[in-house]
Design a protein around this ligand. Sequence first.
Ligand SMILES: [Zn+2]
Length: 132
Amino acid sequence: MTKCRICEEETAEKEICPSCQSDQETMKQAFEEEEKHNRELMNKDSAILKSIEEEFGEEIIKTIHEELQESCSCLGLAIVDKQKGEKSEETRDGINIYYDQTVNGGYEGDSFEGWIWIELPNKKYLQSYYSM
Ligand SMILES: [Zn+2]
């Protein structure tokens, strides 16, 4: 008998007992599924940004990247007909931005989350969730 190097229970021969082994496999699977999900979201986002670039040129893509980087959000973009936020007083390169902040400070006072809409030249909106 030897001891499992994770739970230190006695186990036969192997370094890791069957129970810890199966925990590890479950974790690995969950991790891989999340990775796959994120990759899919990223591909979908890239396709949306690409279609905006094709329609309106690369200048607006720069603006969108700047805006999204500032609000730390990137995954889960969508193009929608209506925004449901409040217009920001500041525009970015003349583009209207709308926010619906659902978490304003939070417990720690430093977390902000919500929705952002960037107005496109055709009066549609690029929607994203942000959290910082
Ligand atoms: Zn174990």
